[in-house]
Structure formats: C-alpha cells, structure tokens
Design a binder for this molecule. Sequence first.
Ligand SMILES: NC(=O)c1ccc[n+]([C@@H]2O[C@H](COP(=O)([O-])OP(=O)(O)OC[C@H]3O[C@@H](n4cnc5c(N)ncnc54)[C@H](OP(=O)(O)O)[C@@H]3O)[C@@H](O)[C@H]2O)c1
Length: 194
Amino acid sequence: MRKLTYFIACSIDGFIGDPQGDAETMMAFVNEEFLAFLKEEYPETISAEGRRILGLHDLVNQRFDTVVQGRASYQLALDIGLLSPYGHMREFVASRTLTEAPDPNVELISEDLVGRVRELKAEEGGLGIWLCGGSQLAGELIDEIDELVIKTYPLVYGSGMPMFGSGFAAAEFTLEQVRTFENGVLVRTYSRKR
Ligand SMILES: NC(=O)c1ccc[n+]([C@@H]2O[C@H](COP(=O)([O-])OP(=O)(O)OC[C@H]3O[C@@H](n4cnc5c(N)ncnc54)[C@H](OP(=O)(O)O)[C@@H]3O)[C@@H](O)[C@H]2O)c1
C-alpha cells in the first residue's frame, strides 16, 4: 500500500494562499536553510520551473514518484507554458473540463477520483503519492490522506484559501515529527489515526 501525503505550504492560520490561492508571500521564507531541507528530503516537490531557475538538474526522488493535483493548481503551470510541471514523477490532474491531457506525462482523472486514487495507493512498490493540492481536491480526497506534511510559514492571513475545501468533520492525526527552521518556518508531519 502506498501512502497519499498532502504536502502543503500554509500560513499560521491554516490558509494555503490568499483568497484566490496565491501563496507568493510564502516564497520569501524559502531561504538557503529551507531549500537545503527540500533538496535533501523532498526534492521531487521542486517543480521543473524551480529546478530550471535554481539550476538543479540532478535531484533524485526521495519520497514521492507520483503527484496528484487539481486542474486549478495545474492551470498555474499551463498558464506559463509548462505542460508537465513535475515531469520527474507520474503526473495526474483531476479535471472534468480538460478533454485531452496537454502532455504525454500527464494523465487526466475525469471520473471516480477517489477510486483512481485508491488504485494508485494499492500499487505495489515504488515511492509515495504526493497530493499537491489545491484546496478543493484535498477536500474531496480528505478520507484517503494517510499523511500530512505541513510547511507552516510565520504569516497570518486572516482569510484565504483553506487547506481543505470540505465540510466540518474531525479527523484525528498523530504528530510524528516537527522540524523548525531559523527563520520561523515549521514543518510538521502527521500520520493518520485509523
Ligand atoms: N500552498 C500550497 O502549497 C499550494 C499547493 C497547491 C495549490 N495551491 C493553490 O491552490 C489553488 C487552487 O486550488 P483550488 O481549490 O481552487 O483548486 P484545485 O483543487 O487545484 O482544482 C480544482 C479543480 O480540480 C478538478 N476536480 C476537482 N474535483 C474533481 C473530481 N472529483 N473529478 C474530476 N476533477 C475534479 C476540477 O477541474 P475542472 O474545473 O477542470 O473540472 C476543479 O475545478 C491555486 O491558486 C494554488 O496556488 C497552493
């Protein structure tokens, strides 16, 4: 069984971006120390564009070999001409409006989202599955999430896009690890209590 991990950046008050989902203000906290952590532990979460800008071309996937994202999140890459933003993994994009995958490495999930994610989780071997976001997709897949890795930046937004676009239900998770960084960033890892 492969784990589905929601690895996500958020504010202190649990928002993944401004009301439109823009998380640009978090980027200021991705300094040398934090980037070294990402490169070592979660290199696959650095997008093709990030790799190009930073000149990182020899990163080996450590935790994930598959990424699942909603079309609105993927749209941000499409808008800048990146058809395969995480080409170093298998890429799945949930969409009912895209009729054809824009890139051969991208597979669309247009129906039975939960069923398809369960199939991916049931695959033998390999690394884990990264639930990249956004809010709507995480809300629909909340019951399938096995692990949370929450990068919390020292910012309060007041309002914004919530971590989960779903209704109220208390789901319990066990705190496994807390990493702190000098600039006030926290990375908490939780496993699902089943
Ligand atoms: N802070 C972070 O780490 C982080 C990470 C990722 C994303 N984000 C932000 O999140 C924002 C986007 O989040 P969002 O909640 O608006 O959208 P989203 O979850 O990324 O995507 C929603 C879209 O996914 C498709 N979808 C959802 N459920 C589906 C289902 N059951 N079957 C098939 N397709 C389904 C639909 O696409 P169609 O409309 O094509 O049908 C829907 O419009 C972006 O602004 C991004 O910046 C932040």
